[in-house]
Design a protein around this ligand. Structure first.
Ligand code: FAD
Length: 375
C-alpha cells in the first residue's frame, strides 16, 4: 500500500480524541495504527456535550456530519446553560439569553460518538486490548511502544491520546519528573433517566430544552437531554473546596455506589432534584482527576492530545472540545504538503508552541475574570 507521507504514526488510546486523529490521518493517506487498551465494552454509557468550539473543530476535521447523524439531534442548536436553585421553588439564578445567532452545540450519547467515528475507519487500523505500558527510543531513533501482552510496535511518531492517566505523558515529561496529576476533591455521580419517568413522577422543571444546572452549596447537578430527549443525562458533582488538591487516588476511580449514599449528600435539595435522584438507579461515582498545566506537550516525536495533556474538571463540559481543538491543530500540521519525516521535529515544535500559548491565554482569562469578580 502506498502512503502520502514517508512517516508512520501510532496512536496510543482510541477514545474521543485518538479516534478523531485516526480518521483525519487515514483520510489524508498517512499510515496510522490505533492501540486501544479496552475492548470498548467498558465505555461509560453517559452523554457528552459538544460546545461550539468542539463543533467547529469536528467540522474542520470533516467528521461532524457522521457524529450529527448518530446524535438524535437533527441539527446543532445554541445550548447555553440555565442555572436553577436546587432548593424549592427552583428559581432561575442565572439564565443566558438564548438568541438564534448564538454559536451552536450538540449533545450525544458517548458510545454513539465512538461508533460513528469507528465506522469511518478501516477496521485493520484499530487494535483493541492493547495497553501500552511504556515508550522508549530504539537504536535507529524510532519510537517503540511496549504493551502489557509483551508485544512491541515501532513507529516514527506517537500521538498520546490515552487520557488522564497517560503513559505517553510519562515519556513526554520524563521518568523522573513529578506527574502533574491531582485529585481536586471533586466526585461526580452519573446516570441516565428516562424523561417520561421524571414527568410521570411530577418533575416540574423543563429538562428537555437547554442544559440545566441545579445549584447547591459545594454541589450541583447537570441535566441535559440525549437520545432525542427521551433520556436525561444526569451528573451530580460534590466538591470539597476547603481541602487543597491531593495527589492521585488509588485506582480504579470509577465505582458503583448506592443511591442512598448520593441522596444522603443532597438531602437539603428541593422537590425536583429529589425526584431525579430517586430515579437515578445504580449511579456510578467518578473521582475526577485533573492536571496542573504541563511545561511541554511534545518530546522527541511523542505528542500529547486531549486529557493526556490537559485533563480538567468537567464543569460546563469543555474537556473533549479542547481535545478536538488539539487534534485539529495537530492534523493541520501533520497533513501539510511540506511536512515530512525530516522536518517532523520542527512541525511538532509549532504544535507545542500553540498549546503553550493557549494554556497561557486560559490562565490570563481566569485571572482577569477573578479580578473583575473582586471589583
Ligand atoms: C463526569 C464527566 C463528564 C464530562 N462531560 C463532558 C462534556 O459534557 N463535554 C466535554 O467536552 N467533556 C466532558 N468531559 C471530559 C471528556 O470526557 C474528556 O475531556 C474526553 O473524554 C477526553 O478525551 P480523550 O480522547 O483525550 O481521553 P479519553 O476519552 O479518556 O480516552 C482515552 C482512551 O485511551 C485508552 N487508554 C488509556 N490508557 C491507555 C494505554 N496505556 N494504552 C492504550 N490505550 C489506553 C482508554 O481506554 C480510552 O479509550 C467529562 C468528563 C467527566 C469525567
Amino acid at each position: 500500500m502506498s502512503y502520502s507521507k514517508d512517516f508512520t504514526v501510532a496512536i496510543c488510546g482510541g477514545g474521543l480524541c485518538g479516534l478523531a486523529c485516526a480518521v483525519a490521518l487515514s483520510r489524508a493517506g498517512i499510515s496510522v495504527t490505533v492501540f486501544e487498551a479496552s475492548s470498548f465494552s467498558q465505555e461509560a454509557g453517559a452523554g457528552v456535550g459538544l460546545g461550539p468550539n468542539a463543533v467547529r473543530a469536528l467540522k474542520g476535521l470533516g467528521i461532524f456530519d457522521a457524529i450529527l447523524a448518530r446524535s438524535d439531534q437533527p441539527e446543532p442548536i445554541p445550548r447555553l446553560f440555565g442555572f436553577v436553585s436546587a432548593k424549592d421553588p427552583h428559581d432561575f439564578i442565572f439564565s443566558y439569553e438564548t438568541k438564534c445567532e448564538d454559536p451552536v452545540a450538540l449533545a450525544i450519547y458517548r458510545p454513539a460518538f465512538l461508533d460513528a467515528v469507528v465506522e469511518l475507519l478501516d477496521p485493520s487500523i484499530i487494535q483493541f486490548r492493547k495497553r501500552c505500558t511504556s515508550i522508549d527510543v530504539s537504536e535507529n531513533g524510532r519510537h517503540v511502544m511496549h504493551f502489557a501482552d509483551s508485544t512491541t510496535h515501532e513507529t516514527d511518531l506517537i500521538i498520546g491520546a490515552d487520557g488522564v492517566r497517560s503513559v505517553a505523558r510519562r515519556f513526554v515529561i520524563g521518568e523522573l519528573a513529578k506527574d502533574p496529576l491531582i485529585y481536586p476533591n471533586t466526585a461526580a455521580y452519573r446516570g441516565l433517566v428516562p424523561t417520561e419517568d421524571l414527568r410521570r413522577a411530577g418533575v416540574q422543571t423543563e429538562l428537555t430544552g437547554r442544559p440545566l444546572c441545579f445549584v447547591g452549596l459545594d454541589k450541583h447537578m447537570i441535566c441535559f437531554p440525549i437520545k432525542g430527549a427521551t433520556v436525561i443525562n444526569i451528573v451530580v458533582f460534590l466538591s470539597d473546596y476547603d481541602k487543597p488538591p491531593q495527589s492521585e487516588l488509588p485506582y480504579p476511580w470509577v465505582e458503583s455506589v448506592s443511591q442512598k449514599e448520593l441522596k444522603e449528600h443532597c438531602k437539603d435539595w428541593g422537590h425536583d432534584p429529589k425526584i431525579i435522584l430517586d430515579h437515578l438507579k445504580n449511579p456510578s461515582k467518578w473521582s475526577i482527576h485533573a492536571l496542573d498545566p504541563l511545561q511541554n506537550y511534545v518530546r522527541d516525536k511523542v505528542v500529547l492530545v486531549g486529557d493526556a495533556s490537559h485533563a480538567m474538571l468537567p464543569h460546563l463540559g469543555a474537556g473533549a472540545g479542547q481535545g478536538f481543538e488539539d487534534v485539529f491543530v495537530l492534523i493541520q500540521l501533520l497533513t501539510h504538503p511540506r511536512t515530512e519525516k525530516s522536518n517532523l521535529s520542527d512541525v511538532l515544535a509549532r504544535y507545542n508552541d500553540t498549546l503553550q500559548l493557549r494554556s497561557k491565554l486560559c490562565i490570563a482569562c481566569m485571572v482577569s475574570r477573578f479580578i473583575m469578580i473582586q471589583l
